[in-house]
Design a protein around this ligand. Structure first.
Ligand code: HEM
Length: 248
């Protein structure tokens, strides 16, 4: 009897636990993504800055001169992939299970024109896009960790034709990340203070500012990689690593 009761209690706590893990993995991924874009955007400073960041991520003891251990980046990529899949799996619970549920939900969104409900849809669609493109990108990075750098990364954009993947992924990830963080803050009541309604408005503005900031940073970096990739193609030097200030 008691064990049946225990079972019931355990079952009823399950959705809250899964919700907590969805939020926790989402928070980790959002923080990872913002850091990741800052690192990738080092190309805006110079090729040497990007090379320095790459070597630092590889655990080089002297990033200005020596290569490190790309295996560190591969391990990091596998860890991120695991968190990514867990997060997506937990989020999938909330998608409508069948066509009928989907239609009902869509008509509600149309009828209500409620900002937060529309955002839920943006989250679901961008999440779906990211699941495929994001995992492809992570797997490419995990298996090519020794081929990251100002020239080889740029060649991936242009000569390997991955620029459309990066372009779509950039918009999906920035929208998804900023909306996700806003929803987290509202859901768990962080920074609510004395006036939660005013806080919600403030957070909406912050969400917009963060989206715009990272989108602009991402697009500028995108343009920089494209420019270098096109130059390498014109010079016939595709695939050759950047050799530092004095090298190619
Ligand atoms: C540990 C895992 C990851 C590593 C090591 C990594 C590394 C990189 C590198 C080196 C680039 C520059 C282009 C290249 O070399 O091909 C890049 C670009 C990019 N990555 Fe990642 N990435 C990781 C995870 C992710 C995830 C999970 C996402 C999103 C779901 C993502 C989204 C992007 C986007 C959108 C760009 C293009 C940025 C731009 O055009 O400004 N990355 N990544």
């Amino acid at each position: 009897m008691t064990s049946e009761l225990d079972d019931e209690v355990r079952k009823s706590r399950m959705p809250a636990r899964l919700d907590f893990w969805q939020s926790a993995t989402g928070l980790l991924l959002a923080l990872f993504m913002w850091t990741h874009l800052m690192l990738v955007s080092s190309i805006l400073i110079s090729k040497d800055a990007m090379l320095f960041v790459t070597r630092m991520m590889e655990g080089s003891t002297n990033p200005s001169e020596e290569a490190g251990y790309p295996i560190i980046v591969s391990i990091l990529a596998v860890i991120v992939l695991i968190i990514f899949v867990v997060h997506a799996g937990l989020a999938m619970r909330k998608l409508p299970a069948n066509w009928k549920q989907w239609r009902t939900m869509r008509s509600h969104v149309k009828m209500m024109k409620h900002g937060d409900t529309t955002q839920w849809w943006i989250q679901a669609i961008t999440g779906f896009i990211m699941f495929f493109l994001g995992s492809a990108h992570i797997i490419i990075m995990a298996t090519n960790a020794d081929k990251i750098g100002p020239h080889q990364s740029a060649d991936r954009f242009v000569s390997m034709g991955l620029w459309p993947l990066y372009f779509i992924l950039l918009f999906a990830v920035e929208l998804h990340g900023a909306i996700g963080m806003y929803r987290l803050i509202v859901k768990w009541g962080w920074f609510d203070g004395k006036d939660p309604v005013a806080n919600r408005k403030r957070m909406k503005k912050l969400k917009m500012a963060i989206s715009v900031f990272f989108l602009v940073l991402g697009l500028l970096s995108f343009a920089a990689y494209m420019r270098i990739g096109l130059q390498n193609k014109a010079d016939g030097t595709v695939g050759i690593p950047y050799g530092g200030e004095s090298g190619h």
